[in-house]
Design a protein around this ligand. Sequence first.
Ligand code: BTN
Length: 262
Amino acid sequence: MNFNDKLDCDKIKENLLCKRIGTDIVIFSSTSSTNDVAWEYALNENNDGLVIFAEKQSAGRGRNGNRWLDEPGQSLLFSVLLADSDFDAETLSLTCAVAIAEAIDKVGKHQVKIKWPNDIIVNSKKLAGILIESKKIQGRNSFVIGIGINCHQQKEAFDKQIENIATSLDIASGNVCDRISVAKRILVGLDYWLGKIEKNKKMITQQWCSRSVQLNQRIELSYNGKNFIGNCIGIDPQKGLIVQLETGGVRMFDAGHCSIIK
Ligand code: BTN
């Protein structure tokens, strides 16, 4: 099926009320991974805030070494470059999840939830994922925020292993979404929330808690190859997920070394 929402720089930039994010936008019809392209642009600090979109990726990647697979034009696949940022990685991760969940909420009036660290969940299924990478480049702390959002997929478009745990905006709404409007909402949301990181950690934490699928739930996770089971009792913006362990004691788990088992 053809959709009438081919990505277009001018349309995305039109009335985009952002201070830092999306002042420059580059769109590829096909590339390896938008995160890789963003890292090339990171060599020049003037590219701060640049957003790279692609209609198709041949080597899209997800967290924990997973691949991120997509058919052309079905998703929003993009990366945001922060070329010089002293953000703490854990806080940045929370903030991006909150910003994207809120933006998607506004688009479709869905009940959008967050599964720590970075899965965006609608109707108990994964709608979007975020992969944040960091590097020191010429003495600057740089981040690339890679975002993949399922938009036009129908159930049968997903691989068998994920068809029962993945969803798309079109499935969730029963309508056809407009990827350009969704992209604009997300860039505005990221711009707003990234502007709040330094002074409003408490507000970000509250927002995260109100959307968390794991808060007060039993979770199993793997940290540096070791498994832990416990009850999720909160989130610390710098140290990560706070878990009351079944074996006793409370422990914090940062997103960089952790994957959720259940
Ligand atoms: C995850 O849930 O594991 C994170 C998935 C992130 C996928 C996006 S698609 C755009 C950007 N480029 C990539 O190679 N990955 C991210």
